[in-house]
Design a protein around this ligand. Structure first.
Ligand SMILES: *Cc1c(COP(=O)(O)O)cnc(C)c1O
Length: 468
């Protein structure tokens, strides 16, 4: 499979190259040149497959020419082998035709594990084939760092450095990163804010000699392989509720538009998706867009669902590419406008095209807590704040009660105990992976927000590893 850039000006690349480069050279995002199509019979034939078997079937056409079926099956099997639930992504009925897909049984108890566990192993596999090593450097405001660390830990071809703002992430979040006892994992607590951390990472990538010396790489949310791995659970859900080949709706708590774009991709591949419902918190750039056709960034506001506190939904560019008939020039013009002015608009026809499938609604923290409480009272199930935004949006916007609706639950409630306690009065039971966090040894380096000091630490750490 070859991949093309959404801005039309970068060379088409094979899967393994797309995996390693992430962003295209013209600033665009990579998408498959054609979407593999699955018929009703194909989808029905998925019944009875394990999650890993289904994942291999769905992903194989996307990696063709780069990775063999046997290698993919081994990578996928290993990726999901360590998940805490035998179904990997269990599904349960919340209400009439309303389902909850639990995507929090991976090592960090949030849905990013479902893609990053695969992506980390794919990286390692392709790097080893090329006899290369990379250094992954990233910044986290708390939630995403641990998923990246768990994805890269113990991978021979990868060293990973994650910067977090000292004292500004929750203790659980910090411990999820700093108690990982792997020799290739390096946590840095920066005396500063999350923005300082991001600036430092950006500066390291912009320092070309440093970048080359360290072979810097990123596994960020625009990497195609993450979307690819997320497509799987849309098919999985349809099969699990016995709706293979029949219309289905999804409600997804969204920030970067990555997770819900995977649902759109599933529909392009032949899953009969009737409706995709976007759940936003107060950072509602996407739901405002659905109302007006104008995408306009504003200031990021902190909420109870921090992983959705985003004001630029990077993966939306992939939807624009499809909507504009795969015309990279048009997409590039829109994105340039967004870069220069912080806004762009689409015409009425395109907006109608988006609204044919997408709906969206935004909820503030009070409404989020009310939803957690309501679901708890109805069913005894405890939602985390992100999943609650998804349920609330689904309930507000579901078009057809005859069409089953699956809400994606993106985090385990025990990751957000304060919000859950405020909503229900109960403390969510932590799963074993979180329960022993407080007994494990922490390991991290505190550094000032100083580029030279951070670079020196990185270089010395890498040198020490090479000498060893
Ligand atoms: C990252 C994340 C989201 C948002 O996912 P996007 O792909 O950015 O839309 C939602 N919930 C949780 C718990 C997350 O970690």
């Amino acid at each position: 499979m070859k991949y093309v850039s959404t801005r039309g000006m970068a060379p088409a690349l094979a899967f393994d190259d797309v995996l390693l480069v992430g962003l295209a050279r013209d600033g665009g995002l990579y998408v498959p040149r054609t979407w593999p199509r699955l018929g009703k019979d194909d989808i029905r034939s998925f019944g009875g497959l394990s999650y890993a078997e289904l994942a291999t079937r769905i992903m194989l056409p996307f990696v063709k020419g780069s990775i063999s079926e046997a290698d993919l099956a081994a990578i996928v099997g290993e990726s999901y082998g360590g998940f805490a639930h035998p179904d990997v992504a269990p599904i349960k009925e919340l209400g009439a035709g309303e389902w909850l897909l639990e995507l929090f049984h991976g090592p960090t108890c949030a849905f990013k594990d479902y893609s990053l566990q695969v992506v980390g192993r794919l990286f390692d596999f392709v790097l080893k084939q090329r006899s290369k090593r990379v250094t992954i450097i990233g910044a986290t405001s708390g939630d995403t760092g641990s998923a990246a660390i768990e994805a890269c830990r113990d991978r021979d071809a990868i060293e990973i450095f994650i910067l977090h703002p000292k004292g500004r992430v929750s203790e659980v979040q910090r411990r999820q990163m700093t108690t990982v006892a792997s020799a290739n994992v390096h946590n840095i607590a920066i005396e500063g804010t999350f923005d300082d951390c991001q600036e430092l990472v950006k500066a390291m990538f912009n320092d070309l000699s440093f970048r080359d010396r360290c072979h810097l790489a990123a596994v960020n949310s625009i990497n195609w392989a993450r979307i690819m791995a997320q497509i799987v659970y849309y098919f999985w859900a349809a099969v699990a509720i016995g709706a293979a080949g029949r219309p289905i709706a999804f409600a997804v708590p969204t920030g970067n538009f990555g997770n819900i774009f995977a649902g759109y991709a599933a529909s392009l591949m032949g899953l009969p998706v009737r409706q995709l419902i976007i759940g936003s918190n107060r950072n509602d750039i996407l739901t405002r867009f659905l109302g007006s056709g104008r995408m306009e960034a504003s200031r990021v506001m902190p909420t109870l669902s921090p992983s959705m506190d985003i004001q630029a939904s990077s993966n939306f560019e992939r939807l624009l590419f499809e909507l504009y008939g795969r015309d990279g020039t048009e997409v590039a013009a829109l994105m340039d406008r967004f870069g220069e002015t912080g806004a762009f608009s689409v015409d009425a026809d395109r907006l109608r095209g988006i609204r044919a499938l997408f709906d969206g609604e935004r909820f503030d923290d009070e409404q989020t807590k009310r939803t957690i409480k309501a679901v708890y009272q109805e069913s005894g199930w405890i939602l985390d704040p992100h999943s609650a935004v998804g349920v609330a949006a689904g309930r507000a916007k579901r078009r057809d009660a005859e069409v089953p609706m699956v809400v994606l639950a993106t985090a385990h409630p025990a990751k957000f105990p304060e919000a859950v306690r405020a909503a229900t009065g109960e403390s969510p039971e932590p799963p074993p992976r979180l329960a022993d966090l407080f007994e494990r040894q922490e390991r991290y380096r505190v550094l000032p927000k100083d580029l030279r000091e951070v670079q020196t630490f990185v270089l010395e750490t890498l040198r020490g590893k090479r000498a060893a």
